[in-house]
Design a protein around this ligand. Structure first.
Ligand code: SF4
Length: 218
């Protein structure tokens, strides 16, 4: 057996435990063995009648979900294709009225809580309220022991990684963009403005969590 197989076995056991924890908190939840199964599960939960929006996510990009939906006749709101800032803002507002909102999570605790950080807040706002259904897809690399570790992961790992992506197009000069380490900045271009813990899902089943036994996003 390779080490990777042991990691997969550990993650399968932990994933199934975490799925049960999400269900106790009134989320719908699924465990998928790989990316292909995750995409099939998402497609089983949506229809071509639904208006589908999403938050910026490396996980979604790695799954190829946006491209698939756009190329296969689904009704989408694609902020990335909006030609200017005003159109992007309209897409963000329109997303609150979507039937389905797709996103990942910056961190997940083993006891079934989501931790997410946003700059503008459109993604965490849609997670909390608005779209009829939210589907959160996350690799097992996002699952950590408890809420404190989830908070630490989101702040000291996910956000600085996300800033590298943003800095590549926006010339951001936050401490993490320069050093890779969070400096707990008060910068006007900080992406750490809203830090949201989703402790329970209400209404029951509005949020579906799909855990994937692969490394996805960061
Ligand atoms: S340095 Fe600022 S933008 Fe970067 S992770 Fe820390 S608080 Fe967020």
């Amino acid at each position: 057996m390779t080490e990777n197989k042991f990691v997969k076995e550990r993650n399968k056991k932990l994933g199934e435990k975490t799925i049960e924890a999400f269900k106790k908190r009134h989320f719908d939840a699924y465990f998928c063995n790989d990316k292909e199964e995750a995409v099939k599960t998402v497609l089983s939960l949506i229809s071509k009648e639904d208006v589908i929006a999403w938050g910026g996510s490396t996980t979604l990009a790695e799954l190829g979900l946006a491209d698939y939906l756009e190329n296969n006749g689904y009704k989408t709101i694609n902020r990335d294709k909006a030609p200017d800032a005003q159109s992007k803002q309209k897409c963000a507002y329109d997303s609150f009225f979507a039937d389905i909102f797709l996103m990942s999570s910056n961190a997940i605790s083993e006891d079934g809580q989501l931790v997410n950080i946003d700059g503008l807040g459109n993604r965490v706002a849609a997670l909390a309220f608005g779209p009829k259904k939210v589907i959160v897809i996350a690799g097992m690399n996002k699952v950590v022991k408890n809420l404190q570790e989830a908070y630490t992961r989101a702040r000291t790992y996910a956000a600085p990684c996300n800033l590298q992506r943003i800095a590549a197009v926006a010339n951001s000069k936050t401490p993490c963009a320069v050093t890779g380490s969070c400096g707990d900045c008060l910068s006007s271009d900080s992406i750490c403005c809203q830090i949201v813990t989703t402790r329970l899902c209400r209404p029951q089943g509005r949020i579906t969590v799909i855990l994937v036994n692969e490394k996805l996003g960061y």
